[in-house]
Every structure is written in C-alpha cells, then in structure tokens.
Design a protein around this ligand. Structure first.
Ligand code: GLY
Length: 387
C-alpha cells in the first residue's frame, strides 16, 4: 500500500506537489525554530507561541525532522532532529512535570535515531522513559494519565484514550530488554481501554476516572470533547491508530477488531466533506474542525489497511487519502506567513482561544502520511520493526 495504490494521475500529481511544498515549508520552519529557545508547537499572529520544555507535543518536531530526512535525505533535517532531541533532556531532568506522554515525547524520534544510527544516548532515553511510563501503571489495569497540575482535581485514577499512542514505547522496551513486563502493562491498559472507553458503535470516551485504590469505575467526563457521551474526534483518531499499533505489536486479535470498529465509525462520521469536526457529535453551529484528528486518523487507516483485506482495505486506504486531500486543499497554508501548515486545529471544544489554531502534530501526522503514500516503510511508532 503506497503510491502504487494511487492509480489516478491527478492524485499522483497531488502527492508530488505536496512533497515539494513540504520540503520548502519545513526548511522555512526550521529557520524560524532555530531563532527561538523552545520547541515549536503552535503559533500566534504568525509567530511561534513559547512552550514549556515538558509540554507533551515536543517530540513531534524532531519526529517531523526525521520524516523529512527520510523523504529528502537533507542533512538540515537530521541536524535539527538531533539538536532538539538533546534539548529534550531538560524535560528528563525535570521529570516530575512529565505526564504519561513518553511515547509522544521520545519514541518517535529517539526510537528512529536508534534504529537508523544505533545512538546509545537515544537508547538510554527510550529505556528511561519506558520505565517512567511503566511506573505510572495502576495494578487495577490502567496507566495514570495526568499529574495533579493544580488544585482543580486529584488525578490518580484518571486514564485517557490518548495513552493508546504511548503504549508502543512499552512494546519497544520489552523487545529491547527481553523483559515482558512492559508489554504486559501495555496490554493490560489496552484491555481496560477496550472495556471502558470504546462503545459498541465504535465511538469512544476521552477520559475515564477510576478509584485508584479499588479500581472501581467512577465517571467519564467529556474532556476535550463537547460533553460526556459525545465523540471527541482526536480521541477517536488516537483509538483508531493506537489499537492498530497495539495489535501489530502484541498480536492480540481483539485489538484489531476494536481498531476496525473505531475506523468504521470514524469513516461514517466524516465521509461527505472529509473535514473532521472537533467533536463528531458537536452541535451544528459553530462549525469547529480539527485537522489533527484527520491526519492522525489517516495514518491509522493506512496502517489498518495493511492488516485487513479486500473492500475493507480499499475503504480504509481511500478514506485516508480523501481526508488528507480534503484537509490539505481547504486548510493548509503553504505560504511563509505562518511557521505551520494546518490552520484548523482545535485543542479542546470548550477552549475558545484554542479553536482553529495551528498545532505542530497536525503537521507531523500529515508528513507521516505523505511518507507512507510515497512508500516509506519505517513506522515511527514501531521503529525496530523488521523489514
Ligand atoms: N491530550 C492530547 C491531545 O490534545 O490530543
């Protein structure tokens, strides 16, 4: 599944065109990134917004650099990835501020560098952060998502759907060390997520709160979506891709079935204009989009397409392509007015300043998807996968 599945000449032209635009735009963004002392995440008035070094998205920029390096072989990309990987050591030194986001923060660039170059420091970063992630496991079967950042809530019993994307770091650690504990924690968390997060129709909760002492289910607040019982689209996308990755790395068939169920639901909610709303059950007005959800889902659908067959595989692939093309044509800014590409991302439904902003991981997943379409085999969420 790659560019050879894009049989239409116009689609081939589109792929070539966006690849060239990506190279041009990302070189511009590197120049901007090298002028600030933090890692890019979002923008305000055409400039980067300063971001704390412990912010959960900080792995996507070096990961985007490795994706661009694989696409173009340009040394500037590798150098920027290595520069910002080293910057992230400050977050390790400040580890008490880290939540569960270790896979987002390290696997997708340190894992890639270790695979490509065997760098020993990258290996150590992965093993260290895998241990920290495993340390957040509650023996009632879930990984604690967030710390108690403020006095608004105690979060010892909070688990979130996003964590499915951090599990690949644990699978990696078991393969790297031969110790199954990391994988067993990942599978225990994925089992709990299947039971408490994914609904019969394939839609998902964002947050589930358990009693951290007894494991009893307590609540499922709306989180970054519209309301409890709604369907935050980025959460759907994390589930779609996360269960696909858990199946690939554990072989447990139930995870593939869950990924297929979430994918069917996601496709059914976005087919039409292929521009995912922030919440798939939000009110008709205002129309709030989330390009990050679409790009994450597109990557997940392309991996899922390799694991299923026939018409289902074709549907997954075609849905991914439709999402990418629709969002690129309607929401991408290829100019030098802003150091980011996708302009209609939403951090959370009720976060008013976070509506229709840029978010670097929307761009990251678009680049990952374009690389898949071009035939790139290295899966950043499974960087040690055998060819
Ligand atoms: N909580 C991670 C996200 O916004 O997707």
């Amino acid at each position: 599944m790659a560019s050879d599945q894009i049989t239409c000449f116009q689609d081939q032209v589109w792929l070539k065109d966006v690849s060239e635009k990506l190279d041009q735009k990302m070189r511009f963004i590197i120049r901007k990134a090298q002028g600030v002392n933090y890692i890019p995440y979002s923008t305000v008035n055409g400039e980067f917004k300063p971001t704390d070094i412990n912010w959960w998205t900080n792995g996507f920029w070096p990961a985007a650099m490795w994706q661009m390096y694989l696409m173009t072989k340009g040394d500037a990309y590798r150098e920027e990835a290595v520069r910002t990987e080293a910057m992230l050591d400050q977050a390790l030194r400040n580890f008490k501020k880290l939540d569960h986001d270790m896979g987002f923060l390290w696997l997708i660039h340190s894992g890639v560098r270790y695979r490509l170059e065997g760098n020993a420091d990258s290996f150590d970063r992965l093993l260290f952060t895998a241990n920290m992630l495993a340390g957040r496991y509650n023996p009632h079967g879930f990984i604690r998502a967030w710390n108690n950042w403020d006095q608004t809530a105690r979060r010892e019993g909070w688990a979130i759907i996003d964590c499915m994307m951090n599990l690949p770091l644990l699978y990696w650690a078991s393969r790297a060390t031969g110790d199954p504990r990391f994988k067993l924690i990942a599978m225990s968390h994925a089992d709990t997520t299947t039971k408490y997060f994914v609904r019969e129709d394939g839609s998902c909760n964002h947050i589930v709160i358990f009693d951290p002492e007894t494991g009893e289910y307590l609540d499922n607040p709306g989180g970054q979506g519209y309301a409890s019982g709604s369907s935050w689209s980025r959460g759907q996308a994390w589930a779609l891709y996360g269960f696909t990755l858990s199946y690939m790395q554990s072989g447990k068939a139930a995870y593939l079935e869950t990924a297929r169920r979430v994918a069917r639901y996601f496709i059914s909610q976005v087919e039409g204009d292929w521009l995912p709303r922030c919440d798939l059950r939000q009110p008709a007005e205002p129309i709030l989009y989330d390009d990050a959800a679409g790009n994450i889902a597109a990557c997940g659908l392309m991996e899922l397409a390799k694991l299923v067959s026939g018409i289902e595989a074709e549907n997954c692939f075609r849905a991914a392509f439709n999402l990418l093309k629709a969002m690129e044509q309607r929401h991408a800014d290829w100019s030098e007015n802003v150091p980011a590409i996708f302009t209609k991302c939403t951090s959370a439904y009720h976060d008013l300043p976070g509506r229709h902003i840029t978010m670097d991981y929307a761009d990251y997943f678009f680049i990952e998807a374009v690389n898949k379409l071009r035939g790139e085999k290295l899966l950043f969420w499974y960087p040690d996968q055998k060819d």
